[in-house]
Design a protein around this ligand. Structure first.
Ligand SMILES: [Zn+2]
Length: 221
């Protein structure tokens, strides 16, 4: 709930916004009340590890095994998350488009249209060999079938569908293979940090005409 001072700021902001066009760029904080952790606690201390670099994921089978073991336990929380009041308010306000850094699709679930996902979506997985995409729910079924020993393990939830898992659990872990080509380099369809930024690292939505139209709209307005 807002206190009096916050109400004053909100009222001032509302008056300023009335009759104007505006853009909303959302980040991790908007999803915390849906149960998805953000990146830092109230003291500014980072939760969990540093994000995995793209080169590490690409070249190190052990890194991919670590990612998928932790993500297998982290996905159910992201999958079950429901849009919160802020997601629903933005969907009600929206007339043209919304830009988000989040990978949880809660804006879509709240009814927002033409969401530009700057960092992609955890709800899709892309193969780095054949470039086919697969629904994350499909990969989760494979993960559970191949690694039943891990299903009941309790791990602390971390940002981006990650968990803080004891590395001892990773040794027996079997990574999922691509259902299209059998390759073992499946990657969540989200942006990983890289030493150099190249277009092929961008998630699928950036390459779609709908998104390009959205970017064009935002660039002109
Ligand atoms: Zn493939």
């Amino acid at each position: 709930m807002f206190d009096t001072a916050a109400h004053t700021h909100v009222d001032a902001l509302l008056q300023w916004m009335t009759g104007r066009s505006f853009v909303v760029l959302t980040g991790a904080g908007i999803s915390t009340s849906s149960g998805i952790p953000d990146y830092r606690d109230s003291d500014g201390v980072r939760r969990g590890r540093q994000p995995m670099m793209f080169q590490e994921f690409l070249n190190d089978p052990q890194a991919r095994r670590r990612y998928w073991a932790r993500a297998m336990l982290g996905w159910p929380r992201v999958r079950a998350a429901q849009p919160n009041a802020a997601d629903q308010a933005l969907a009600a306000l929206q007339r043209h488009g919304i830009i988000t850094q989040n990978v949880d699709t809660l804006h879509d679930q709240a009814g927002s249209q033409e969401v530009i996902e700057l960092h992609g979506s955890l709800h899709r997985v892309v193969c780095l060999d054949c470039h086919q995409r697969t629904e994350r729910d499909v990969i989760q079924l494979t993960l559970l079938a191949q690694n039943p020993y891990l299903a009941g393990v309790d791990a602390v939830q971390a940002p981006d569908g990650d968990t803080l898992l004891d590395p001892a659990f990773e040794e027996r872990f079997r990574v999922p293979l691509c259902p299209h080509c059998g390759g073992e380099r499946l990657k969540p369809d989200v942006v990983f940090l890289a030493k150099t930024s190249r277009l092929p690292l961008l998630p699928g939505p950036w390459l779609g005409s709908k998104t390009l139209r959205g970017c064009w709209w935002w660039a002109r307005h």
